[in-house]
Design a protein around this ligand. Structure first.
Ligand code: NAD
Length: 350
């Protein structure tokens, strides 16, 4: 039996990865390590908590002694590392939290893996899940490839870039077997509603303003989270050691166009007259250092491993919106308390 540690499995993407591994690999013992920060929510994975091959561990990856002990005790064969501070706006408010979790936390995991795999790396793998934001901003043309130079612009992307460098450095220096992926923006069920798509779905439901940064022309490449989880599964099992794969949906949207599509679908779902939700669009003060455009060239993972998205954007959005409409309690739970204060502070209208 293989022992796999997945970090950040109570968060958005991690919860889909944990579910997939627990359900698809009954012969693996899956350990989900999560500190349960504001973004971690055990409700996201309540359906699998009683599975015999699943164990939840509450703990902080910045705690070096605890991480060392956990690895010694369980002698993991593989690590899928997703735990992170993940919200760009929060990184502008508090960069140090991002340095601690994303950089120091990652190095703690690398050190612990290196120690237990010192004598035998056969069958071992450290998988680091990262973002396309490490590449910086594109102009109107071009795509990020695996060889695009790193050029991060926010404290979040700088911290992820740094962690990527540490992973590669451990591969070179200590022969740590690793794979790394850089993925575009995800959307789907369990997404914390500080991020664009769930934020807007929630605000449309409650007739609250839809805060659009700047002129709304910022462009992102969107991928359904279930497709990202499938790609992670594939790369973990079939990716080549010491390789990076970009993951994306070839699905670019200007924020303002995306918001209008969401408004249209929500008008229909909520039985509102056409155009009603669009009236909620409110332009807000721009984010400092805001990257204009991200777009991923996902040809390598497609050609080498045969991965491609399983749903269109329209299908993914339908599934996502239906999920939020039928999970009002989940939304209410995560948007009570501190969320309200944070929200008021971050998104004041111009
Ligand atoms: P998320 O914020 O929803 O979840 C992060 C999880 O990590 C939470 O459950 C949180 O409790 C946990 N965590 C945070 N700090 C921790 C610590 N110190 N110790 C242990 N656990 C801790 O994030 P997400 O959107 O699911 O992103 C997961 C990973 O994927 C991140 O590494 C992120 O950089 C990367 N990524 C995200 C996207 C995206 O669009 N969301 C795209 C590409 C890559």
């Amino acid at each position: 039996m293989k022992k796999i540690l997945i970090t950040g499995g109570a968060g958005f993407i991690g919860s889909h990865v944990v579910r997939r591994f627990v359900q698809n690999y009954p012969d693996y013992q899956i350990f989900n390590l999560d500190a349960l920060t504001y973004a971690g929510n055990l409700e996201n994975i309540s359906d699998i908590e009683k599975e015999p091959n699943y164990t939840f561990v509450k703990g902080d990856i910045t705690d070096e002694a605890f991480i060392g002990q956990l690895f010694q005790e369980h002698q993991f064969d593989g690590v899928v590392h997703l735990a992170a501070e993940s919200h760009v706006d929060r990184s502008i408010e508090d960069p140090m939290a991002f340095v601690k979790t994303n950089v120091i936390g990652t190095v703690n995991l690398l050190n612990a893996a290196r120690k237990i795999w010192a004598n035998a790396t056969e069958g071992k793998r450290f998988y680091h899940v990262s973002t396309d934001e490490v590449y910086g901003s594109l102009g109107a043309e071009g795509l990020f490839t695996e060889t695009t130079p790193y050029d991060p612009n926010s404290p979040y992307s700088a911290s992820k870039a740094s962690s990527d460098h540490f992973v590669r450095a451990y591969g070179e220096t200590y022969c740590l077997p690793f794979v790394l992926t850089n993925c575009s923006n995800n959307y789907g069920p369990n997404h914390f509603p500080e991020k664009l798509i769930p934020l807007f779905i929630n605000n449309i439901i409650h007739n609250k303003p839809l805060p659009v940064y700047g002129d709304g022309n910022y462009t992102r490449d969107w991928l359904f989270v279930i497709d990202h989880a499938a790609a992670i599964d594939l790369v973990f099992h079939q990716g080549k050691n010491h390789e990076t794969y970009n993951i994306g949906g070839f699905n670019e949207w200007k924020n303002i166009d995306l918001v209008k599509v969401l408004c249209r679908i929500m008008d229909t779902k909520l039985g509102r007259t056409a155009g009603e939700s669009e009236k909620l669009i409110t332009y807000v003060k721009d984010r400092p250092g805001h990257d204009l455009r991200y777009a991923i060239d996902a040809n390598k993972i497609n050609k080498e491993l045969g991965w491609e998205p399983s749903v269109t954007f329209e299908q993914g959005l339908e599934i996502t919106i239906d999920w939020y409409l039928t999970h009002q309690e989940w939304l209410n739970n995560v948007t009570s308390g501190d969320y309200e204060k944070y929200y008021e502070k971050m998104y004041s209208p111009l």
